[in-house]
Design a protein around this ligand. Sequence first.
Ligand code: PEP
Length: 257
Amino acid sequence: MRTPIIAGNWKMHTTVEEAMELVRAMLDGLQAVPQVERVLCPPFVSLYPVAGLLKGTDIGLGAQNMHWEEKGAFTGEISPLMLKGLCQYVIIGHSERRTYFGETDEGVNRKVKAALAHGLTPIVCVGENLAQNEAGETDAVVSGQVRAAFAGIDAASARRIVIAYEPVWAIGTGRAATGEQASRVIGGVIRGTLAELYDAGTAQAIRVQYGGSTNAKNIREFMAYPDIDGALVGGASLKADEFVEMVRLAAKVKFGA
Ligand code: PEP
């Protein structure tokens, strides 16, 4: 069975002090649910202090972005060498990066390869926007993004990647997809594409989260679908009690515990 994974993407929220306060507020609750892989992705400047708070726990730490080069004249960028040893995960290709910062499928692929090369677990975001959804292009868009992100990556490395299916129209809108919609894309389109790229076993081994307006009220619906392995959580991950509750509910649905 794939280990469920719930990750909190704090986006450009929280000062260092606030980030530490938030971690302190959720730490005990998160530690009580070891069946689920739990990951916090604060802003870059909080990675180091948050890593200190998480030391000795099994809570994972992730960055929200990364450059693919190890070093160089790339003002303002953060490299895999800087993240390595500090955190274990990195979100790559979030739709906000694609939309506001011009990230391309090719850049996403380079970042995924760089993350893997440095022992970081990439959480690769894919998903169609509203216009694409309404035009019936969801399957082609998502499949294309998966193919591009995994280009040139062998099956053993591919198994280390986590995919987050995040329909852009559902992110931060309060309008989540239904569990059925998400499961169709994840189980059909994404695992189908992975099976074509690799084989059925690899397609079943790769973990795929749903993301987009998840909260403590709707998380059970998504987790009830066998193809959905967890969630990438934005807004609700900034509320300690709600995020802990989401992790608890995820464990309850998947393991009945
Ligand atoms: C996200 O940022 O990846 C996200 C899914 O945000 P929200 O949960 O707020 O929709």
